[in-house]
Design a binder for this molecule. Structure first.
Ligand code: SF4
Ligand code: SF4
Length: 271
C-alpha cells in the first residue's frame, strides 16, 4: 500500500528553509540568506543537561542556562520560496537543498520541539487549522505512525547530524564572537526565549576575517547575494498574491538593509 502520494500542491515550499553552510555557498545566487540564533532559557539543570548536547550552548556567557539553535535560512517573500515557480514546480529541483529532498520527512530545528528530532510531517497534517498541512499522506487511519517523540539518543544524533561539522563550527564560532555584544546580552538576558537575526553581510565578513573564505570568494558571494536579495524584492513587487502586508513590510525592510550592508562590503573590497 502506498502511504504517501504528493499531489504537487506546493504548500511545503511556502516557508523559509534551513540550509547548511556548504549549501549556502552552493546556492548563494538562488536564495537571499539570513542567519538566526534562536535561544531558550531552561529553568532546571536537568533540562539544560538534556538539551545542551543538541545545541550549541553558552551558559558561561550568560547568567542563566541558555541553549542556542543556530541556523542559516532562506528569506522567503512571505508567500513562497523564491525558487517555486508559478506552476508550483521547484526551479532547482535537481539540486534542491537536503531539507527539501528529505520532505515529507524533516529533521526538526525548532528549538521548542527539538527532542522530537526526525519527524514525518504527519502530525502537523492532522491539524485542520494548519494552512500548510501536507496533503500527500494517504493513511487509511492514524495508526501507522506514532506521533510520540522518537528515541532521544537517536534524535540527538540526527539533530546534530543535520548540519555538517563545518556548519556547526562556523556558526558556533560566529555566535561566540558576538555573544558578549550589548545586542546579544540584553536580548538574551531580558527574555526567556527569542530569535536574533544576523545579516548575511556580517556573517560573510566574519568568514573572510577568519580566513574561511578568500577575498575572491567574498566578492563573489557578496555580488551573488545582492542579486538574490534584489530578485526577492522584484518578486515581492510584482506578486499579486502577496497579501500579508505587515509580514511583507518586514521582509522588504530586511532585504533592503541586507542589500545596503552588502553593497558597503562590495565598495570596500578591492576589485
Ligand atoms: S505539501 Fe505535501 S502534497 Fe503538497 S507538494 Fe508538498 S509534499 Fe506534495
Ligand atoms: S528550493 Fe525548491 S523544493 Fe525547496 S522550498 Fe524552494 S521551491 Fe520548494
Amino acid at each position: 500500500m502506498k502511504y504517501f502520494d504528493c499531489n504537487g500542491c506546493g504548500k511545503c515550499c511556502k516557508s523559509n528553509i534551513s540550509l547548511t553552510y556548504r549549501e549556502m555557498k552552493k546556492h548563494i545566487g538562488n536564495f537571499p540568506f539570513i542567519g538566526t540564533f534562536s535561544f531558550l532559557t531552561l529553568g532546571t539543570n536537568e533540562e539544560f543537561d538534556k538539551k545542551k548536547n543538541t545545541f550549541h550552548f553558552l551558559s558561561e556567557s550568560f547568567s542563566k542556562n541558555v541553549v542556542i539553535c543556530p541556523e542559516i535560512i532562506s528569506l522567503t517573500n512571505s508567500i513562497k520560496c523564491v525558487q517555486l515557480g508559478d506552476d508550483n514546480k521547484c526551479k532547482i529541483y535537481d539540486s534542491r537543498p537536503s531539507v527539501c529532498a528529505l520532505y515529507p520527512i524533516r529533521i526538526d530545528r525548532n528549538i521548542h520541539d527539538i527532542d522530537q528530532g526526525l519527524l514525518f510531517e504527519y502530525e502537523a497534517s492532522l491539524k485542520p487549522e494548519n494552512p500548510l498541512a501536507c496533503e500527500g499522506w494517504t493513511f487509511p487511519d492514524n495508526k501507522f505512525i506514532s506521533t510520540q517523540p522518537s528515541e532521544t539518543d537517536k534524535t540527538l544524533l540526527l539533530n546534530r547530524g543535520q548540519y555538517d561539522k563545518d556548519t556547526i563550527d562556523l556558526l558556533s564560532g560566529y555566535f561566540e564572537s558576538m555573544a558578549m555584544s550589548d545586542r546579544f546580552q540584553s536580548k538574551i538576558e531580558g527574555n526567556k526565549t527569542g530569535t536574533l537575526v544576523i545579516y548575511v553581510s556580517d556573517f560573510l565578513v566574519y568568514l573572510s576575517k577568519n580566513e574561511y573564505i578568500n577575498q575572491i570568494d567574498l566578492n563573489m558571494l557578496v555580488i551573488e547575494q545582492i542579486k538574490a536579495f534584489e530578485n526577492l524584492l522584484r518578486k515581492m513587487n510584482v506578486s499579486a498574491e502577496n497579501t500579508h502586508a505587515e509580514h511583507s513590510e518586514r521582509i522588504i525592510n530586511l532585504a533592503e538593509v541586507n542589500i545596503r550592508s552588502l553593497k558597503r562590503i562590495a565598495l570596500m573590497s578591492p576589485s
